[in-house]
Design a protein around this ligand. Structure first.
Ligand SMILES: Cc1cc2nc3c(=O)[nH]c(=O)nc-3n(C[C@H](O)[C@H](O)[C@H](O)COP(=O)(O)OP(=O)(O)OC[C@H]3O[C@@H](n4cnc5c(N)ncnc54)[C@H](O)[C@@H]3O)c2cc1C
Length: 478
């Protein structure tokens, strides 16, 4: 993009919202995934959908690459402007209005730059909930959540970002506004275009607004840390709780003993859940909006808490649960969640690591961990692993740490380890990318593992929608 386009961008968005190379642009150019900072000719912050469309028309006319950006919390490198690409970073942060919340229809109409937690609070004030929760909720945006089809801790019950979305507004690479803002639960009017843009990581167009579903606000939570002897017992507990509650398991998270060891080292002032160390610990949460579940039963316990306690007690008796600590109040619930949501910070402790965001059928997770434990010492002597995950939906964050491994700094070696993980995942019917997306971090894996016909179809779609290839080039498609 020639420097002469900077005034044209300023004309569209206002000079106060265009940042050239001389400005301090670190918050847009260095992301949570780590690695080298991006480079951009300009960062622009349009304030309306029409301004986004004008920026896209300018970019299209001049063949300038555009990287859409939300909260810049993505972990796959998708929001990083690649060095030498001459891209404009198009930040959606000023499209931050909640246009409306309609409690009777249980929906919210939002702009793409609304921060996830802002919607949580606005929905809560109306007795409702937007059920997408994870550690970055204070800075990630709804546009980014939809563009990565984000998951988090409640996918088990509510599905991922795609499942929460009824309608979308998209600006095309040519700068046209596509209004798909359906508020309908049923709308069979041709191809599912909305779903094409969800999870596309900004490679097909810019999401500017969305219609989102809201759920009733739970009146009761029952939350516990639980230690079990084996993952098979964890799954037995999950299924029993689903049966006992009619599907009210809201989160079922995996935190092995090794993760809690690292957590204790990273946060020495914080408490651990149990006096003894256990190999397998879980965060279990039930939630219910039904008044009967929140009300005290004949023995004084709220029904939901009693169901959790009684199920755990029955399994404890049979040796299928080893220990359990139930939150007695919201402060204890927060403390339990704090342990789980520190995972990203805990992982930052190691310099050389191979991060894998994988999905597996629930009953094959134990097999995967066993297979990796068998091959890893031979492949990478000195390596250890940091594992944490959304066990209820089969998503593991499986990180191989190489700081004590002689070849840890060798990128080729790290890729061979990634390949070893991919092989086990593929053999067990899993996916190499569960919720963080492809970005740039999984391009090699995408080339190796994605079905070639599927890849060719994706390339054809991209070419049809963006023949000049200006939307977030170098991402998702190898
Ligand atoms: C501590 C921590 C915990 C996390 N936990 C989870 C988790 O549990 N589950 C999970 O799924 N993710 C998790 N993430 C990853 C990240 O928060 C999500 O991917 C989030 O959805 C990204 O939103 P964002 O607004 O920050 O997007 P960005 O990082 O700004 O962008 C992500 C991608 O989307 C594209 N994009 C952004 N906005 C738009 C738009 N409006 N239109 C078109 N394309 C766009 C970008 O080009 C980029 O490719 C975590 C991250 C951190 C730092």
């Amino acid at each position: 993009m020639p420097a002469s386009l900077l005034p044209a961008l300023a004309e569209i968005a206002g000079a106060a919202h265009v940042f050239g190379p001389e400005a301090d642009r670190a918050r847009w150019l260095s992301d949570a995934a780590g690695g080298p900072d991006g480079e951009a000719l300009a960062v622009v912050r349009p304030g309306t959908t029409e301004e986004v469309a004008e920026v896209m028309r300018l970019a299209h006319r001049t063949g300038t690459p555009v990287v859409p950006l939300g909260g810049n919390t993505g972990l796959a490198g998708g929001g990083r402007a690649l060095p030498g690409s001459g891209a404009i970073v198009l930040s959606l942060e000023r499209l931050n209005r909640i246009r409306e919340i309609r409690p009777a229809a249980r929906l919210a109409v939002v702009e793409a730059g609304v921060v996830l937690d802002t919607l949580h609070r606005a929905a809560e004030a109306r007795g409702l909930r937007f059920p997408l929760f994870f550690g970055a909720r204070g800075s990630c945006t709804l546009g980014g959540n939809l563009s990565t089809n984000a998951g988090g801790s409640n996918v088990l019950r509510h599905g991922s970002a795609r499942a929460q979305c009824l309608g979308l507004e998209v600006v095309t690479p040519q700068g046209e506004v596509m209004d798909l803002m359906s508020e309908l639960h049923k709308d069979n009017t041709g191809y599912a275009l909305k779903d094409l843009y969800i999870g596309a990581e900004g490679t097909l167009g810019v999401i500017t607004a969305a219609v989102l579903r809201l759920a009733p606000l739970p009146r009761a939570f029952a939350t516990a840390m639980v230690a079990v002897p084996a993952l098979a017992d964890a799954l037995a507990l999950l299924n029993r709780l689903q049966e006992a509650t009619g599907g009210a398991v809201e989160a079922f998270e995996y935190m092995p003993g090794a993760y809690l060891d690292d957590y204790a080292r990273r946060f020495p002032d914080r408490r651990l859940p149990f006096a003894d160390r256990h190999e397998i610990t879980l965060l279990v949460e039930l939630a219910s909006a039904a008044p009967r579940d929140a009300a005290a039963g004949p023995d004084g316990r709220p029904l939901l808490s009693a169901t959790l306690e009684d199920t755990l007690a029955a399994m404890l008796e049979k040796g299928r649960v080893l220990d359990a600590a139930l939150a007695q109040n919201m402060a204890q619930r927060d403390e339990i969640w704090q342990r789980r949501e520190a995972a990203w910070e805990v992982a930052q402790g190691s310099r050389h690591r191979v991060e894998n965001d994988i999905a597996l059928p629930l009953d094959r997770i134990e097999d995967f961990l066993g297979r990796m434990a068998a091959v890893l010492p031979r492949l990478a002597p000195g390596a250890d692993t940091l594992v944490v995950g959304h066990l209820g939906d089969g998503n593991l964050h499986y990180t191989i740490r190489l700081d004590r491994c002689a070849k840890g700094g060798d990128a080729g070696f790290r890729d061979r380890l990634r390949e070893a993980v991919e092989e086990q995942v593929a053999a067990l019917g899993g996916s190499f990318s569960a919720e963080h997306g492809i970005g740039t971090s999984k391009l090699t894996t995408m080339a190796r593992r994605k079905n070639p016909v599927a890849l060719a179809t994706m390339r054809a779609i991209r070419k049809a929608l963006d023949p000049k290839g200006i939307m977030n080039p170098g991402k998702v498609l190898p």
